[in-house]
Design a protein around this ligand. Structure first.
Ligand code: BTN
Length: 265
């Protein structure tokens, strides 16, 4: 008598490749062109090179490891191989320079949506471009623009999410303020469905809401920064005051001790 042995292909939902990312993605343009690399300097630099060479809107550059990962204010972005989502998207928006923060808002909201959908965790936003869980940073966004005369030629939005990472492995100055999804959930989180959910949320927001209308109200509702005493670094000197609101372009409105309202973008 013959018995039939059934074999079922187990799809590894944590290992990334261009084919796996695109399979079942269902988007029209976000992630329809994928450049996947095991290791790069910075995905933002790769995406910028691709955009200069004519890469279409929505091109995704994603890597398992960056040896020159960059953050805001000339800081680095450190993540052990395979521990996170390290990605950059090319956009060719009809925006003027002061409106480009709308892209960062849109992507921040999409990251928060995707995290909540895939993990059930509650995600907040920290001005200007962090996604936080219970006050600790789980994702940073770095948007960079290139101009052609006065017009935005393209924007690269870089997103780094700590997925399966023990924050103990991070440099000492980040350990206390950073977290990861696996740490918050208490188990490994599969990177592939999280990435696909994120790409779908970005496209949904980009094509239905568009960038003609600012997302600042929805963004402000998620900002954990508002109503708090803040120190804004990156200005000279650093600004201290109470974060009251954000304006349509995402600038933070800070009430200073002398009662004046300062706009910081
Ligand atoms: C920050 O919080 O300062 C922004 C961090 C942005 C990190 C991401 S990781 C993918 C992309 N490539 C980079 O070099 N940086 C961004």
């Amino acid at each position: 008598m013959w018995s039939r042995i059934e074999t079922r292909a187990l799809v590894d939902l944590n290992t990334l490749s261009a084919c796996k990312i695109q399979a079942g993605l269902g988007t029209r343009f976000i992630g329809r062109t994928v450049v996947y690399r095991a290791e790069v300097g910075s995905t933002n630099d790769e995406a910028r090179r691709a955009a200069r060479a004519g890469a279409p809107e929505g091109t995704l550059v994603i890597a398992d490891y960056q040896n020159q990962g960059r953050g805001r204010l000339d800081r680095g972005w450190v993540a052990p191989p395979g521990s996170g989502l390290l990605m950059s998207l090319v956009f060719r928006p009809e925006l003027s320079a002061h409106q480009v923060q709308r892209l960062t808002m849109l992507c921040g909201l999409a990251v928060a949506d995707a995290i909540e959908r895939q993990t059930g965790l509650e995600a907040g936003l920290k001005w200007p471009n962090d996604v936080v869980i219970a006050g600790s940073k789980v994702c940073g966004i770095l948007s960079e623009i290139e101009f052609e005369g006065p017009k935005v030629s393209f924007a690269v939005v870089g997103i780094g999410i700590n997925v399966n990472l023990d924050p103990v492995l991070l440099p000492a100055d980040l350990r206390l303020t950073a977290t990861s999804l696996s740490r918050e959930v208490g188990a490994e989180v599969a990177r592939l469905p999280l990435l696909q959910a994120l790409l779908q949320r970005i496209e949904e927001r980009y094509s239905t809401i568009g960038l003609a209308h600012s997302l600042h109200r929805e963004w402000a509702a998620r900002l954990v920064t508002l109503g708090k005493a803040v120190t804004v670094s990156g200005t000279m000197p650093a600004l201290e005051g109470m974060a009251e609101n954000v304006n349509v372009d995402g600038a933070l409105l800070v009430r200073l001790a002398d009662g004046t309202l300062e706009k910081v973008l």
